[in-house]
Write a new protein. Structure first.
Length: 464
């Protein structure tokens, strides 16, 4: 029988609490909707108090509850369950002292890079990582708390909306290597000094590095000098990726076609040519970042290349579906999970480089948290859309009205105030042979447009 993740006594010692009964948990959950039998249910206070869901957790097979109020059944009582979750995470880290830990942050590409790194870690041994985008003040300690005691390597995604959010999470993880994928105009409305503030906030990750830790930096990014200075101030060893000759991981060429790409690169001067299952040009630099992170976490190059060769686009981040409509098929590129000016422009360029039988169509919803410059960022997408020879543009949201007004009449598909109102117009317009990309911020409901397209044909399925 496998060793339990946590026993009641271990939890009580970790959080300074009191166990009411003996139990053993095989996982940790904060949400009864995703709770698995055998999980420890942590009753967090919030907009909806988790203590009100204890009965549901029990019914779904929770082994015990971490609570701050009296509950029925086996439990560990602690004064503050959120603080207790943090303490449980730190205890999980400390009981696996030989585990190599990595951290991933950046304005674009955090989740994809994290999950690609995880594929490499799994090839090298017992590995652990964030699921989905569990990268905030709850997701990071939860991911730590779920880390098995025999973990050899782990990678954690760390995000932020404001300054001083990454610092405590990085100190909780204490990574041996940390990467900043890139820095751009994301969440700028929360920073009086704009992108400078964003760059400094991302650099907080270096303050949590273990002594002698590695900082992996994008040398092509305009904020490289600031990030390098902050990394060195924290005592990190800096390793770089980019297109310059001096980069540790240098991207030389990226050629996409047929649902994959071939990358030509140099790693510490050694020539590499390898395939990946991605078509977006941004995956050239992403791949360089992944290789340097895996190297810093003691994963061999062969495993790193195998990981990149096997890693498929994530749902909502470039995953493709072939959907039946009428007598033919159209292709949906689902980029609906999130958007900012950097990722939006990259996705448009990727679509423009693609060979299509029909039309290149984009459906775009608002990019959020861009502050006073938001309308300008949206209107500015007209230029890459023209450069990519996009045939039709469908827009939803008050900010995307700025783009709609900047488009020539020949490129206008339809405009609606909401994603839900746009979706049926797009579904009617799409024809067999078209390639349709849907992209926007999560909060502007781009996913509703992608879901409507995916449901347009009864025989829809994953593309080969």
């Amino acid at each position: 029988m496998a060793e339990p993740l946590w026993t009641a006594d271990e939890i009580a010692r970790a959080v300074g609490g009191q166990a009411t009964a003996t139990f053993a948990a095989t996982g940790v959950s904060i949400d009864t909707r995703s709770l698995e039998p055998g999980d420890l249910f942590v009753a967090l206070a919030g907009a909806r108090d988790g203590h009100g869901f204890v009965a549901q957790a029990r019914a779904k097979g929770a082994a015990g509850v971490l609570a701050s109020q009296p509950v029925e059944g086996p439990a560990v009582m602690a004064p503050d369950t959120f603080k207790a979750l943090e303490q449980l995470g730190v205890a999980a880290r400390d009981r696996a002292p030989s585990a190599k830990r990595g951290a991933v942050t950046g304005s674009v590409g955090k989740t994809s890079v994290t999950q690609a790194v995880m594929v490499g870690l799994k090839l090298a041994g017992r590995a652990h990582s964030s699921v989905k985008s569990y990268n905030n003040h709850i997701g990071v300690p939860l991911t730590l708390a779920r880390m098995p005691r025999d973990t050899e390597r782990a990678v954690f995604e760390i995000g932020m909306n404001h300054a001083d959010e990454i610092r405590p999470l990085a100190k909780m993880v204490r990574p041996h290597a940390a990467v900043v994928t890139t820095v751009g105009p994301v969440h700028t409305e929360n920073f009086p000094d704009g992108e400078t503030g964003v760059a400094r906030a991302k650099a907080e990750v270096f303050e949590g590095l273990e002594p002698g830790g590695v900082a992996v930096l994008n040398a092509d990014n305009v904020w490289f000098d600031l990030l390098q200075a902050e990394a060195r101030k924290a005592g990190a060893e800096v390793r770089t990726f980019g297109t310059g000759e001096d980069c540790d991981a240098r991207l030389i060429d990226f050629r996409a076609g047929g649902g994959h790409a071939v990358i030509q690169a140099r790693l510490h001067g050694k020539a590499l040519d390898f395939p990946i299952l991605q078509t977006g040009p941004h995956w050239g630099l992403n791949s360089m970042a992944v290789l340097l992170m895996l190297e810093a976490l003691d994963v061999g190059l062969s495993d790193g290349l195998a990981a990149l060769g096997a890693f498929e686009p994530l749902e909502g981040r470039g995953a493709e579906k072939t959907i039946r409509k009428g007598a033919g098929d159209f292709t949906l590129i689902d980029e609906s999970y999130n958007a900012n000016p950097i990722s939006m422009a990259s996705a448009i360029v990727t679509l423009g480089a693609r060979k299509v039988e029909g039309r290149r169509i984009v459906a775009l919803t608002d990019m959020l948290e861009l502050g006073a410059d938001a309308e300008g960022f949206h209107a500015g997408l007209a230029e890459p859309l023209e450069g990519a020879s996009i045939d039709l543009v469908f827009c939803a949201g008050p900010l995307m009205k700025s783009l709609w007004d900047a488009l020539p009449p020949t490129r206008r598909g339809a405009y609606a105030k909401t994603a839900e109102a746009l979706a049926p117009q797009l579904v009617r317009a799409v024809e067999p042979g078209d390639v349709v990309m849907v992209k926007g911020s999560n909060g502007s409901k781009a996913g509703a447009v992608a879901s409507a397209l995916a449901a347009a044909g009864p025989d829809s399925g994953e593309a080969a």
